[in-house]
Design a protein around this ligand. Structure first.
Ligand SMILES: [Zn+2]
Length: 700
């Protein structure tokens, strides 16, 4: 459907560099940096570059076949019916979950991003065709939610239902994604049809905010519109949209006590929040939207709860894979006085209590982790703190990438860290990858859009400074807002072991700073830099150097190289990629006395099809005291994708099998038989049939 063509020259849009970015903070007074434009970075192979190619060739075209087939999804048929065209190919009625509009729009955002890179005229024409229908589906007053518009258009009996009557209709979610997609599509194409729809939608929301703020606040479910409205402010520079975004947070306190809950993070004023509670997608979209607002207005009373919640998650509620939202179902009294029983309400797909991180029954909705990633990215651009880049990288590789199969056509809605066939507990969502998730197709297009956009997260700019956050084989061609240009290319196997080499192709004729992120996972003293073959900083390679000599690159920080770069300059960064065994805080009882393997930024897992015949997954252990532990890395292919596996000595505990009805038995001494254990990257699991899997292994 979409073929790649060589990119043409950038649009002569009259915009400053950075104003055609995914998230535009070029003018945000309180942001530490701004993103480069949507087409400034191009992959040159590598893990994420390969994912982009699969996204372009398979994920996006395949997802269109789902969206456009009424037997698979009614998402597109609903838009057609709301627009009065096509009549949903004979079905006549809206079908599918009410949030399908927003899910379709995420896919359209991914399509716009691919167009930014390929400039394939067929994609441009396809977007025009789709956007014409979306624009026609929108009501004149700006409202766009196909499931309500379709009966209204047909004057059907159920057309009397008012908008925003049922908060589970996700109207603000749908319109939020309309606004976000429109900003991206406009920045990529310079065309304003969808952006005009976004303005109308925002104006409609603005009217609700002024006239029926309580109704609007009640309906902030998975509030993508917070991010959307701020981005609309950034693209239009109309202050009323920033005021609207600010008001959208303020009106949350109007939600009536009877329905306010930790589940929707509205039981207490946001400013009083100190911990992550409730539905994790709703929570993370809220936090990301608030971070966007803080970048514009610098409101420290909004930043303080973000900081507190961020610490709460990172120190007590985050999976080793960067995933969030541990629980299928639970109950939360946490948003208010926890001793008051009467406040307890149910939560689902939610953050759990501190250290409550189950593996077999982990929920970890892919969308929740994507929301977490969007929030982390905003915290990074707001503060310039490397810890957010560390968290973001972990979440991207180990939390988001697993959401779609390597071949690009199967999806995870939930993401357990362990799977055993013997556990027969019926859960709502499949723990094998599914070709379609009809009840809730929110995650698949969300993960596709992140993969399409991942190159945007490598670099940012601030005055006279180029920040490097992620590493990957790629080329950068960008400009600072003042027009100074920098071009460079990056050669590396990252995230697999190996050096990272930057070659400057063009740089301003003045001193600039290159800020290289030294990942937090690197051991102290295990990162070295060379510029044009010379150690940098000069003297840093001398052990026990005197005070005052330049510091070696320090993990968990940005290392600054300030100089006048010239074309041909080569910067080489070497990081120690030795695999490490991780253990968890003992308060995480689900992983007590277990270890997980991480190599560089990649978390590994054991999958049952890599075990010798007859060995049970739950009988495998890693001897922690092994002084000779070695890991052998090997490049291999899983489902058409190159991955690096690790093989390490382990043991199989010679234990009798458990009987089906047996809960306890007498523990007896067990023999341990050595085996060579192969581990694969966690993101690559579930691509070779219905396997058992575990991230954590007993340490013996
Ligand atoms: Zn989802």
């Amino acid at each position: 459907m979409f073929r790649a063509v060589v990119a043409t020259a950038a649009l002569s849009s009259g915009l400053l560099a950075g104003e055609r970015a995914l998230v535009d903070t070029t003018h945000s007074p309180h942001a530490a940096m701004y993103m480069v434009d949507l087409d400034d970075v191009r992959w040159d192979g590598g893990l994420l570059g390969d994912r982009f190619e699969v996204c372009r060739e398979t994920m996006i075209p395949h997802m269109w076949t789902i969206f456009s087939d009424v037997h698979e999804s009614h998402a597109w048929a609903n838009f057609e019916m709301a627009a009065g065209v096509g009549e949903g190919r004979g079905t006549g009625k809206a079908h599918g979950p009410p949030f399908n509009d927003g899910d379709f729009l995420k896919w359209l955002e991914a399509l716009a991003q691919v167009y930014a890179i390929t400039r394939d005229p067929a994609i441009d024409a396809e977007m025009d065709r789709l956007i014409a229908v979306i624009a026609k589906a929108q009501r004149e007053d700006g409202y766009l939610h196909t499931q309500k518009i379709i009966p209204q258009r047909r004057a059907a009996a159920d057309a009397n239902k008012q908008e925003f009557e049922d908060r589970e209709h996700f109207e603000t979610y749908n319109m939020g994604h309309l606004i976000t997609t429109a900003c991206v599509q406009d920045r990529v194409t310079g065309k304003t049809t969808l952006l005009d729809c976004a303005r109308k939608a925002a104006d409609y929301i603005d009217g609700l905010c002024r006239n029926v703020p309580e109704d609007l606040a009640r309906n902030a479910i998975c509030p993508s519109h917070y991010m959307g409205v701020v981005e609309l402010y950034r693209i239009t520079r109309e202050p009323r949209y920033l005021r609207l975004a600010e008001q959208l947070i303020e009106i949350r306190s109007l939600v009536p006590e009877a329905i306010a809950s930790d589940h929707n993070q509205d039981r207490i004023p946001f400013r009083d929040s100190t911990e992550a509670v409730g539905h994790a997608v709703r929570a993370n979209y809220l936090y990301a939207g608030v971070a966007d607002i803080v970048a514009e207005n610098g409101d420290t009373s909004l930043l303080a709860p973000l900081r507190a919640i961020d610490r709460d998650i990172a120190t007590q509620k985050l999976y080793v894979t960067g995933m969030t939202g541990a629980l299928y179902d639970g109950a939360s009294p946490d948003g208010v006085d926890h001793r008051q029983h009467r406040f307890i309400k149910t939560v689902h797909q939610a953050y759990g209590r501190d250290y409550q991180l189950p593996n077999l029954t982990a929920y970890n909705e892919t969308c929740a982790t994507i929301g977490y990633g969007m929030w982390l990215w905003r915290m990074l651009t707001l503060t310039g703190e490397a810890r957010y880049a560390d968290l973001f990288e972990n979440t991207l590789y180990n939390g988001i990438l697993p959401g779609i199969s390597l071949e690009g056509k199967h999806y995870f809605y939930v993401n357990p860290l362990k799977k055993l066939h013997d556990l027969q507990v019926p859960l709502r969502w499949s723990r094998t990858r599914m070709p379609n998730i009809k009840a809730s197709f929110c995650c698949p297009p969300n993960v596709v859009r992140v993969i399409a956009q991942a190159h945007n997260y490598l670099y940012t700019l601030s005055p006279d400074t180029l920040w490097v956050h992620l590493y990957g084989a790629s080329a950068l061609d960008t400009q600072w807002s003042d027009g100074a240009r920098i071009r460079l290319h990056q050669e590396t196997n990252y995230p697999w072991p190996g050096a990272i080499k930057f070659t400057i192709d063009e740089a301003p004729a003045r001193e600039i700073a290159l800020k290289l992120r030294i990942p937090g996972w690197v051991r102290e003293g295990a990162a070295t830099l060379r510029i044009n073959g010379q150690a940098w900083p000069a003297g840093s390679s001398i052990p026990h150097s005197a005070p005052g000599t330049p510091q070696s690159p320090s993990p968990g920080s940005y290392h600054e190289i300030r100089r006048t770069f010239r074309a041909g300059d080569v910067i080489e960064l070497a990081l120690d990629f030795s695999p490490v065994l991780l253990e968890s805080n003992p308060l995480v009882e689900e992983t007590l006395d277990q270890v997980a393997v991480r190599n560089g930024p990649i978390v590994y897992c054991l999958e049952s099809n890599d075990l010798p015949e007859g060995v049970r997954l739950s009988d495998v252990a890693l001897p922690l005291a092994d002084p000779h532990r070695s890991f052998t890395a090997q490049t291999e292919t899983i489902a058409g994708a190159e991955v690096v596996s690790l093989t390490t000595p382990a043991v199989v505990l010679q234990r009798p099998a458990w009987k089906a009805d047996q809960l306890y038995r007498e523990a007896t001494p067990t023999q341990a038989r050595p085996i060579a254990l192969k581990l694969v990257p966690y993101y690559a699991w579930g691509n070779r049939g219905d396997t058992e899997m575990t991230v954590w292994l007993p340490a013996r």
